[in-house]
Design a protein around this ligand. Structure first.
Ligand SMILES: Cc1cc2nc3c(=O)[nH]c(=O)nc-3n(C[C@H](O)[C@H](O)[C@H](O)COP(=O)(O)OP(=O)(O)OC[C@H]3O[C@@H](n4cnc5c(N)ncnc54)[C@H](O)[C@@H]3O)c2cc1C
Length: 578
């Protein structure tokens, strides 16, 4: 019998709520079961609900995660949270930032400036602890009637047929079986589902251990990422320092080679080292320990994320090093990619082959991230004598020269570009553009007014977005394209941009899925390299799947059907919502 702890986890900054175990459930009836209520399982549940798809979420624990885990959300993750309509509490609690500093032997060698465009609503990074990430997502899940969360329910077995997946669940009240057409495995790095399906990850593990310690201390420093190479108190190794909400500070430092985790976590030694870090940053304040562990880096991914009726996502699908804030942020892009595809299949609009593109696109992304994460890791923890010599040579040069400093830039998790996706269309039409947003890339935000951005107006709609750039006079050709495309049996939101943007006829399904953006100064058009008559087709995750200078209704419809892997006779016509 599964008996999860009902003792609130200890913490100096976070008040853990222990949820009552949910009674052992019978049939759920939801088309999707999500295993794991970490950030990725919860966000997937909310993203599915955006499309009207119900799910049951199983969580083996009774409270949110323990200790220091994800602490930085990227701009892209905030944009995804905004699409799902839940970003507000994150912005209220988190600490936004765009700068970093690197030091070598006590001297500042690099001031890192993360890319930021005046058109972006969010700064490149937002520091917030994973406990809050989960809590806020849970709050939204609890309010959503399409999401049922079962606390204290541990998955212990899985079988599947062509029609359904059956899960064996253990609870404080005993075992039961649960069947559903689709299962999302969001059960984390030690995924039971991955093990039960016999799946192996590919990639590598890196030598070198880091201590991760979270302390609470009143330190008057801005929110920046601080990185110290070869400090006097830890020669040859490095230290990372991140400010978090609630006067919390995350300190990561590499252990001397040969030192065990037990030695490193010995309280007196750990306290001396934390004092040394605070002294090094010039703020030898009093502090309280919240949590500490020893960590080593992996760059591992499954080669396939979809196995029959099971989709693996987040840490269950890949394990990434903490350098570059890739773990949680990569998982959020997985959710954003998987949720609309699964929803379209569940709704009967798309052939299940659409789910194969989730695997293809996100495995490709994971491989690129493993490569990038591996480079960051080799710089932080050089695995050989040769790589250490090279790293130290770069750092030494940075003391006197400007040109090598960009090598110290901390490349972070980034939005992925699905340029090779099977869902993209019309490479010939793409050739007519120079600039703008290329096919496969995520759409870019545009500032429309003092506190008004393009992504405040589009993105949360549950469907494709057809961006039509209008001139000053009505264009019957564009009107026809709009009417034909939004008359298809797939949800499409019409977005009319330009001085001639005016309300069209009611879209298919009768819902008011139309957005008008005046763009009097042509700012949006410039960002999208658009002229009057230009059309972009965005997938529901806001990636461009086709664009045209000279669109035709037939071409746009074909691109829409291709991107949705549309069934010829969908089960029911959708009612798009704006
Ligand atoms: C020490 C440490 C430091 C990290 N630092 C960072 C960082 O700085 N930045 C960053 O982006 N990422 C960081 N990460 C990674 C980040 O925490 C993960 O990428 C993120 O939590 C992944 O979310 P997830 O939902 O996929 O998995 P998890 O957060 O692990 O959630 C999985 C959930 O599934 C539940 N579960 C597991 N098995 C079962 C089962 N059999 N039945 C039912 N429920 C089950 C678990 O209880 C858990 O709630 C760190 C991780 C660790 C361990």
């Amino acid at each position: 019998m599964h008996l999860p702890s009902s003792q609130p986890r200890p913490s100096v900054f976070y008040h853990y709520q222990v949820h009552p175990a949910t009674a052992a459930g019978a049939a759920a009836g939801a088309p999707v079961v999500i295993v794991g209520a970490g950030p990725i399982g919860l966000l997937t549940a909310l993203d599915l609900a955006r499309f009207g798809v119900a799910c049951t979420v199983l969580e083996q624990e009774l409270q949110v995660s323990h200790g220091s885990r994800a602490i930085v959300l990227t701009r892209r993750s905030l944009e995804i949270l905004q699409q799902v309509g839940v970003e507000r509490p994150f912005r209220d609690k988190g600490l936004p930032w765009s700068f970093g500093r690197s030091f070598y032997r006590g001297r500042e060698v690099y001031r890192m400036v993360m890319p930021h465009d005046a058109d972006d609503r969010f700064l490149p990074g937002l520091n917030i602890q994973q406990q809050y990430i989960e809590e806020y997502l849970l709050d939204f899940c609890a309010r959503n009637p399409l999401i049922e969360l079962r606390w204290g329910h541990q998955l212990t077995g899985i079988t599947q047929t062509d029609a359904a997946v059956t899960l064996r669940i253990d609870t404080p009240q005993g075992e039961y079986a649960l069947s559903a057409p689709w299962v999302v495995a969001a059960d984390g790095g030690r995924s039971t589902i991955r093990k039960l399906l016999g799946l192996r990850m590919e990639g590598r593990s890196y030598p070198g251990n880091f201590v991760i310690a979270d302390i609470q201390a009143k330190i008057d420093l801005p929110t920046e990422r601080l990185c110290y190479f070869d400090p006097a108190w830890n020669p040859g190794n490095n230290v990372l320092v991140h400010r978090q909400p609630d006067n919390m500070w995350r300190i990561d430092f590499r252990l001397p080679d040969g030192e065990s985790a037990e030695q490193a976590l010995e309280p007196a030694l750990l306290a001396r080292r934390i004092d040394a870090v605070l002294h090094m940053i010039g703020h030898p304040a009093a502090w309280r320990m919240d949590w500490a562990t020893v960590y080593s880096a992996n760059t591992l991914t499954l080669p396939q994320f979809v196995h029959g009726r099971v989709l693996l996502t987040g840490d269950a699908a890949h394990l990434l090093p903490i350098f570059g804030v890739r773990g949680c942020n990569t998982g959020m892009q997985d959710c954003n990619n998987a949720a609309w595809k699964l929803a379209f299949v569940v709704k009967g609009w798309s052939d299940p082959v659409l789910l194969d593109t989730y695997s293809a696109e996100r495995v490709q992304a994971a491989r690129e991230i493993c490569e990038e994460g591996g480079r960051s890791t080799r710089f932080m923890t050089p695995p050989t004598h040769g790589t250490r010599l090279m790293r130290d040579a770069v750092l030494s040069l940075c003391l006197s020269e400007e040109w090598p400093k960009d090598l110290l830039h901390w490349r972070t998790s980034r939005p992925h570009d699905y340029r090779h996706s099977a869902l993209n269309s019309d490479p010939a039409a793409e050739a007519g553009f120079s600039g703008g947003i290329g096919v496969g890339q995520p759409a870019r935000n545009v500032k429309l007014g003092a506190d008004d951005y393009l992504f405040d107006r589009i993105g949360s709609g549950a469907g494709f977005h057809l961006l039509v750039f209008c001139g000053t006079v009505p264009d019957p050709h564009l009107d026809r394209i709009l009417n034909v495309v939004t008359g298809q049996a797939l949800p499409v939101i019409r977005v009319l941009i330009g001085p001639g943007a005016r309300a069209g006829g009611p879209p298919a399904g009768g819902a008011p899925a139309e957005v008008l953006i005046g763009d009097a100064d042509g700012h949006v058009a410039r960002k999208y390299a658009a002229e009057a008559g230009t059309v972009y087709l965005l997938r529901p995750d806001l990636h461009v799947c086709a664009r045209w200078r000279k669109p035709s209704a037939a071409g746009v419809c074909a691109a829409l059907h291709r991107a949705a892997c549309a069934l010829t006779n969908p089960a029911a016509p959708p009612a798009p919502t704006g």
